[in-house]
Write a protein of this length. Structure first.
Lengths: 365, 365
């Protein structure tokens, strides 16, 4: 079972050699070309469809399902090049896993209170660099920077962050949590590559900057919300302020992080404290607008167990407790030519297991 | 003297009622339409010209000077609408005034060491929201947010930050300070509106987010580097790492902040510690790319004296020492219907005084 059946049909942008970019959906290990369906589906990126709003999204999905059901020709994935499925407007990143936030505090700031004082009052987030959001498979050049006072060189503590990204279709501001599905088109897997040595030196008081701006990888597939079953959100104590209520839907997504082919962690998205609906409500609560193509990521997904953490900082306790890969080698942080692949599974509206695809990248010197 | 003569000619985008957007240059209190010159000058934004690179910028300026010298028809400013002169790609903001950084530490974190430990080793910066960069004159709706634990409401400590913004034309990465003028097209005035109460509660550990994402105003005019005289950069001790050397050109810009028409401060840009060339070199030092339309701001410009500070947080010591405006009223932070106008003067390549125009905004409830 690949998880790419009729109950999934994630959208992507592909091209054949010397051909133009076209919208497609993934079916098994192939792509179905949607350009013949016309309208927004004939575009070269998802943005026009995403801008059209929920009613059009549902109509497009019905048209796609009918098309795929009719048995159209398919193009094997190995014959196509996959591109960024949408043009990224603003990129923001949250910090909404309590386990991750506690782990990071404990590892990097021993003796500090576990969570920042506002952590359970609002979903902490920051803006990232949209220019460097790249599609899965793009090589990740090891960043350089000030790895310590007076020392400029290649990062020695290059890390990953396994996240889920939400893609805004319809623009808006002051978006209530109950309007989440009117504005968010779908989700994608994200790896927010992070240079921990750059981060430790640069981040006070304005937050991470060059430690994360060199690359953020996303899956080539955007799974529409229409495909996804929802679950009850996690309990929240204290109760959030009214603008963050109700918490909105949550998603039972199950990620797997593979390091050079060895599964090292299985982060459970259902353990996130803040929901994607609350993140969007917070992001727009001050009057800020979101646009078509905005990408906001969940923050590193970490569950309570060591082998459920979404970063190697947590998995290896800042390299103090390396992990052993299948080839017998040990790793603290990323070595050159290492490949990290984050994949995900979800449940469809009918309850069947579907795939979120994967996002991968190889570190080059 | 308006400072908008032949030695200045800043670029902007204007429209006549029901007319299309066109490129123009400012001459006195009028606009000269450039669309008849064709090529990149016939576009509806500066981006195509900016993408073309330094040689084209110089050629375009020569063509514009020749055109203006020939005595073309001019359109009074009062007859046109001015728009954002370029499409903003990524927006980043630095923190490069030592006086500002020390003042902020002293006011908000009394007893803390004046500067963060890395402050003199690298130009601290962060990413902001490009969707909410707006042109001068756009009303600024007072943001709401968590102004304290458990309290959501309109910000009570709404502030300004007087800054200078640099606009990237030619894309690049790992840009040496000596290549600054190959990549940066020009500069513009920036007001990075800031809600201090939101900021104080939200900013640890990932930096400012909603406190600044609701609006950033820019002047409608981009002054090309070709128009600007340069001065020696400020002394830096300790010597920066090699990737930040030489410091590159500095600019003797003189800002004025008016609060409801009362001049309250004159921030001197020449007092900035880090140069714009160093900021760009740092921003791209990790391998991150910049694109046409990237805007990076200097950080609040504050000189050593109280009436040279670029924020009201500093000017009024966090409202503890209000300023008196010309109408006799006192202000700590911004009241509704207050208007702030930041204007600037500079020196041309020939040494004459020229204007940077102004950026203004009125706070609405």
């Amino acid at each position: 079972m690949t998880g790419f059946g009729l109950d999934n049909l994630p959208y992507g942008v592909f091209s054949l050699p010397r051909g133009p970019r076209r919208l497609g959906v993934r079916l098994g290990s192939a792509v179905v070309d949607l350009s013949g369906l016309g309208g927004h589906l004939a575009a070269a990126s998802l943005n026009p469809l995403m801008a059209a709003g929920r009613r059009e999204w549902t109509a497009a999905r019905e048209a796609v399902v009918a098309h795929v059901t009719a048995g159209p020709p398919v193009i094997p994935l190995r014959d196509v090049t996959l591109h960024l499925p949408f043009e990224v407007a603003d990129y923001t990143d949250f910090y909404s896993s309590e386990h991750h936030a506690r782990n990071v505090s404990e590892i990097l700031r021993p003796g500090s209170p576990g969570l920042p004082p506002q952590w359970k009052h609002l979903p902490i987030g920051y803006h990232g660099r949209s220019a460097t959001v790249v599609v899965s498979g793009t090589p990740i050049r090891r960043p350089s920077g000030q790895i310590a006072e007076g020392v400029f060189g290649p990062s020695r503590r290059l890390d990953v962050e396994a996240e889920v990204g939400f893609v805004v279709g319809k623009p808006g501001r002051r978006i209530a949590t109950t309007d989440f599905a009117e504005h968010v088109f779908g989700l994608t897997l994200v790896n927010d590559w992070s240079a921990r040595d750059l981060q430790a030196w640069e981040y006070r008081p304005l937050g991470p900057f060059l430690a994360k701006s060199f690359a953020t990888s996303v899956s080539p597939w955007v799974v529409p919300l229409d495909a996804l079953g929802v679950v009850a959100p996690p309990p929240q104590d204290p109760a959030p302020l009214p603008y963050l209520r109700p918490a909105g839907p949550a998603f039972d997504l199950r990620l797997t992080v593979e390091w050079n082919g060895t599964p090292v962690s299985r982060p459970p998205f259902a353990s996130m404290y803040w929901t994607a609906a609350q993140q969007l409500a917070h992001l727009t609560s001050n009057g800020a607008s979101v646009r078509t193509g905005d990408l906001y990521a969940s923050g590193t997904v970490s569950g309570p167990a060591r082998d459920e953490t979404g970063s190697f900082l947590e998995l290896t306790r800042n390299a103090a407790e390396p992990v052993k890969l299948a080839d017998g080698t040990l790793r603290g942080f990323l070595a050159n030519v290492d490949t990290v692949r984050i994949s995900g599974r979800a449940f469809s509206t009918a309850g069947g297991e579907i795939s979120l695809g994967s996002v991968s990248g190889t570190v080059v010197p």
